[in-house]
Write a protein that binds this ligand. Structure first.
Ligand SMILES: *Cc1c(COP(=O)(O)O)cnc(C)c1O
Length: 493
């Protein structure tokens, strides 16, 4: 039986997996979700000995069943191989009384690599499957990590181009340098004078612009999205939750069937939604802990049922979570409404026009899978310091958010804190926290060396090569000029 995907805003809009992956966002503005979730045999007595590649193949083939097992295996092998610096791909470490799932062993040392190393393969295979000969143009807004990971994935992939917009003043020095040094004939990076939400809104507008769409077709091109709105980003992320659980069974830390918590540092709600999908296919999960930074719109939502983006936007030390509109929450809303496209449409339209919506009591009762809280800048810093002092483990600021929030919920359930970035990606915040001082004068590259001395964690290759790499991009535009920049780069008329 094949798994079909429907739009959260129009259930009659149904696609096969490959069509949904190609399209990214549905034409009606909705997000694709599985009509029915596949049933997967999660036998952990067997899975505890499986490799990451085997578990990824199991999950991906079950959800994306218009591809053959051989096709999926081939993509998985291309994606999760040499580019990762550990054979385990996503190792679980014990830190004190809890566990940390390290999702930063890929090329750009952040968790976006987990999905973005396989998405280009899914995308080109989807184009082949649907006899699409247009050039695929990936248009992406990034809060820092997606951009680099997407470019690394798509660089020089035939029949694709990729354009990335990032907030010029909202990413770390290392993050910016990673993007500006990206090689590849088909990549274009643009800084904007605005924040991530503005970039994401403008990208969504371009996706829904029928005139622009027509111009693209005339030029033999079509857009797709590498953002976590694309179902091809989301499903690969389900795999590491299953794999993490298998590792705990394998080490005897839990018995098969025992429930565990995951604490997830959350921004666009993609990572934690993948955990929720893992629960839906039968992974024994007790609570999903939704951890936010000072931009705590999701904490308020889970506590009150009121989503309100009309609030101050903060640039924090965990920039990849500086988000006020968490796009993937729409997929959860769709579930909470008992899969009503009409109600979902209604709520999300209110978000667009009024910047807020309130869910009903009945919907709120279904939120028991989740708990939510947030960490202040000071709490993040203390968490990094304390974890190193007590456990000799160095957290990046995003992971520190999840770690701090987890500690507020100490029940007896074994908990995995999901680690989304290497501390080397944010050396200033981490070194300042570890030394309890302010390293105002040092640049990120000097701080990387300081961090290496303090932590004794080997410097990842991705950072080592960065300092000497040549800057290849320097375009900066106003938010209002983003579309003009796209048309210019693609030579549209
Ligand atoms: C993207 C990102 C997040 C947030 O993940 P979402 O799927 O957007 O919720 C957290 N931490 C890091 C380091 C990230 O890059």
């Amino acid at each position: 039986m094949s798994v079909l995907y429907q739009s959260t805003r129009d259930k009659s809009n149904q696609k096969t997996a490959s069509q949904a992956i190609l399209q990214g966002l549905a034409a009606d503005g909705g997000l694709y979700v599985p009509v029915e979730f596949p049933s997967i045999d999660l036998d952990f007595e067997r899975l505890k000995n499986s490799s990451y590649q085997e578990i990824a193949t199991l999950i991906l083939h079950a959800f994306f069943d218009d591809f053959s097992r051989e096709e999926i295996e081939k993509m998985v092998d291309l994606a999760y191989g040499e580019k990762f610096d550990t054979k385990k791909i996503a190792p679980v470490k014990q830190v004190g009384n809890h566990f940390v799932l390290e999702l930063f062993h890929g090329e750009t040392i952040a968790f976006k690599d987990m999905a973005l190393s396989i998405l280009p393969h899914l995308m080109t295979a989807s184009a082949d499957k649907n006899a699409v000969s247009n050039e695929i143009v990936i248009l992406t807004a990034t809060s820092g990590d997606t951009g680099k990971a997407a470019m690394a994935g798509f660089a020089d992939v035939p029949h694709t181009k990729i354009i990335v917009f990032y907030p010029k003043h909202g990413v770390s020095e290392i993050q910016e340098r990673q993007m500006l040094t990206q090689k590849g004939k088909n990549v274009h990076v643009v800084g904007i004078e605005g924040n991530f939400d503005q970039a994401q809104t403008a990208v969504k507008t371009m996706f829904n612009d029928t005139d622009l769409h027509q111009k693209m077709l005339t030029a033999g091109k079509q857009f797709s999205s590498a953002n976590s709105m694309n179902i091809g980003r989301l499903i690969p992320q389900v795999a590491y939750y299953v794999y993490a659980y298998a590792q705990l069974v394998s080490t005897g830390s839990i018995v098969s069937g025992q429930k565990i918590n995951f604490s997830v540092p959350t921004g666009n709600f993609g990572n934690i939604l993948a955990a929720y999908y893992a629960k839906k296919i039968g992974l024994p999960i007790n609570r999903l802990i939704c951890a936010s930074n000072k931009n705590n719109v999701l904490t308020d939502f889970f506590k009150t049922g009121h989503y309100d983006k009309n609030r101050e936007f903060y640039v924090t030390s965990s920039p990849s979570m500086d988000i006020l509109v968490s796009s993937n929450l729409e997929r959860l809303i769709f579930d909470l409404t008992n899969k009503s496209d009409e109600k979902t449409n209604h709520l999300l339209t209110a978000l667009q026009t009024e910047g807020q919506y309130q869910i009903t009591e009945e919907m709120r009762e279904k939120l028991s899978d989740f708990v939510a809280d947030w960490a202040s800048e000071e709490q993040i810093s203390k968490e990094i310091h304390q974890t190193f002092t007590d456990e000799n483990y160095v957290l990046d600021p995003h992971t520190a958010v999840a770690s701090h929030v987890y500690r507020q919920y100490t029940d007896k359930t074994p908990t995995i804190v999901v680690s989304t970035a290497s501390p080397y990606k944010f050396p200033r915040v981490v070194v300042d926290a570890l030394t309890e001082s302010l390293s105002v004068d040092a640049n990120d590259f000097e701080l990387v060396k300081t961090l290496e001395k303090i932590s004794r964690i080997p410097l990842p290759k991705a950072v080592k090569e960065l300092e000497a790499a040549k800057g290849l991009h320097n375009t900066v535009v106003e938010v209002t000029q983003m579309q003009a920049e796209v048309e210019r780069y693609l030579s549209l008329k």
